[in-house]
Design a protein around this ligand. Structure first.
Ligand code: PEP
Ligand code: MN
Length: 358
């Protein structure tokens, strides 16, 4: 249930109403927009009569029932407006959201050694990325594959952050590692395989770092949004939704099927910012550029792209990783699409159009 207050509603009246709702056994949540305040009511609201609530204050504009299972995540809960996630990094605050330039996250699948992570960080930074990604704890299908360097990998990420000024995004697989990961990461990633690990979702929801929630490979949009609701229900409102491809029937040519239609769908359902990962979404580096461009054209707020200095030697996800040179080229091309959408920070470089037509 949502109580939309009239504009200019006095703060005391809003507080009084919140207290009244608390005494009726609900958990009111105040969301202050640029013009109006909305009070979201969480709890067993099914038996509530919207008309009876309407009468509780002359300052109530309307009372709406949220039919969706997700509440805090829903667009209505945020005045129908987009929210944004602001991430402080050494290079300044990076804002991810619908009314901001597209933010690019790049880096290797796994942190392998100091030289490669620093080199990658400096190269992707120079090309225009705002965040370095890299796994220290890797969710591998086989227990015999490289599992990530764990804590020492985190130290290498901290060194790369220091050297480049980039924000760090890295995955947490086990709640036991969360504190040490959150000490290094600017954004904590929950991977596709853990999207419905509800105890992990609650733990990341109860800490302060923004959360990047990847879509499970067999998750419906409702499953995914309910997972985000778990995070938000613990108090952390800084959630970014990352589409990384879902399982369909063809695995011969593509690792996953990247679902770009989620971009307009999520816009109607949720206020949360959107990220698209065309690397895991396709599984092949040669398909990454076209899907990255399509994602920008479809209105994504951010992109995650795997980049490795030597993809053929990568310890994980080499086939889908771009070289730093390829990433550099891609960023030039993306700038044309970003500008067309009015969502690119850097000016278009001189050779961007020519390289697109080449
Ligand atoms: C990753 O980002 O390297 C990763 C393992 O992603 P996903 O959880 O989407 O498979
Ligand atoms: Mn990967």
């Amino acid at each position: 249930m949502i109580i939309a207050m009239k504009s200019g509603a006095p703060t005391e009246e809003i507080e009084r109403l919140c207290q009244e709702m608390t005494s009726r056994g609900f958990t009111p949540e105040k969301i202050v927009g640029s013009h109006k305040v909305v009070i979201g009511l969480v709890g067993e609201t099914r038996s509530l009569d919207p008309d009876a609530i309407q009468d509780a204050s002359p300052w109530i504009e309307k009372v709406l029932r949220v039919e969706k299972p997700f509440k805090r995540v829903s667009r209505e809960f945020h005045h129908g407006e987009a929210s944004e996630v602001k991430v402080p990094t050494p290079n300044g605050v990076i804002t991810i959201g619908e009314h901001h330039p597209v933010v690019v996250v790049a880096g290797p699948c796994s942190v392998e050694n100091e030289a490669m992570i620093i080199e990658t960080a400096l190269r992707v930074k120079a090309a225009g990325a705002s965040f370095l990604r890299g796994g220290a704890y890797k969710p591998r299908t086989s227990p015999y594959d490289f599992q990530g360097h764990g804590e020492s990998g985190l130290e290498l990420l901290a060194a790369a952050r220091e050297a480049s000024g980039l924000g760090i995004i890295t995955e947490v697989m086990d709640a036991a590692d969360l504190d040490k990961i959150a000490a290094v990461a600017d954004v904590v990633q929950v991977g596709a395989r853990n999207m419905q690990n509800f105890s992990l979702l609650k733990r990341v929801g109860a800490q302060d770092k923004p959360v990047l929630l990847k879509r499970g490979m067999a998750a419906t949009i409702d499953d995914w949004l309910m997972a985000a609701e778990y995070v938000m229900s613990e108090g952390n409102t800084n959630v970014i939704l990352c589409e990384r491809g879902i399982r369909t029937f063809d695995r011969q040519y593509l690792r996953n099927t990247i679902d770009l239609a989620v971009i307009p769908v999520l816009r109607t359902l949720t206020h949360l910012p959107i990220m698209i990962d065309p690397s895991h979404g396709t599984g092949w580096s040669s398909y990454v550029p076209s899907m990255a461009k399509a994602a920008i054209a479809a209105g994504t707020d951010s992109l995650m792209i795997e980049v490795h200095p030597n993809p053929s030697k990568a310890l994980s996800d080499g086939p889908q990783s771009l070289t730093p040179d390829q990433f550099d080229q891609l960023m030039k091309e993306l700038s044309v699409f970003g500008h067309a959408m009015g969502r690119w920070l850097e000016p278009i470089s001189e050779d961007s159009h020519t390289s697109l037509m080449a």
